[in-house]
Design a protein around this ligand. Structure first.
Ligand code: HEC
Length: 148
């Protein structure tokens, strides 16, 4: 079951080369084994990947969405109250600008399991690393250790 409680402040996820990972099934080691392998790999079920506080990819169970390698795409609304899910889905998911998540991410070379980063074959994002890092550091969601 993946819901708004599945998502954390990026600072409570594990940083890998500028993006952040977690595993909602508790198998963070299996997710990290793929994320840290620069030759790529197929992410295990439960993997959560985020670059921005407002977008996430979650690897669902086998057969969930063959067209997207079983990734579910999320557009999130992060706030001090937590995470709200605005959009979720497989190949049909579009972001707030009408862009198809899958269209861009499917351009990644096959060994990278739809993960773009900066050198996996996707069109680069039209914003610089400095703005990406600013967005990452501005995640408004509560931290785990600050939970009351
Ligand atoms: C215009 C193309 C485009 C669209 C549309 C798009 N993405 Fe991405 N996305 C990228 C690129 C390129 C990167 C890598 C950016 C970087 O690391 O510099 C990326 C990075 C990511 C990452 C970090 C892991 C990775 O692949 O590097 C996640 C998670 C992500 N996007 C989710 C989404 C979701 C969810 C949507 C839809 C709501 C979406 N993206 C829509 C192009 C796109």
């Amino acid at each position: 079951m993946v819901n708004e409680d599945s998502f954390l402040n990026l600072a409570d996820m594990t940083a890998v080369r500028g993006f952040f990972v977690d595993n909602v099934l508790g198998d963070l080691d299996a997710t990290l084994a793929v994320a840290e392998n620069t030759d790529g790999g197929i992410y295990p079920a439960g993997s959560v990947v985020q670059l921005f506080p407002g977008e996430a990819m979650v690897k669902r169970e086998a057969g969930f969405s063959p067209a997207t390698n079983d990734w579910e795409f999320f557009e999130l609304v992060p706030s001090a109250a937590g995470t709200e899910i605005r959009v979720r889905g497989g190949a049909e998911a579009v972001n707030q600008f009408g862009g198809s998540c899958a269209d861009c991410h499917q351009a990644a070379d096959p060994e990278f399991d739809l993960i773009c980063e900066q050198d996996h074959g996707c069109e680069p994002l039209p914003i610089g690393r400095d703005l990406i890092e600013l967005a990452q550091q501005s995640d408004p969601r509560p931290r785990l250790d600050a939970a009351s």
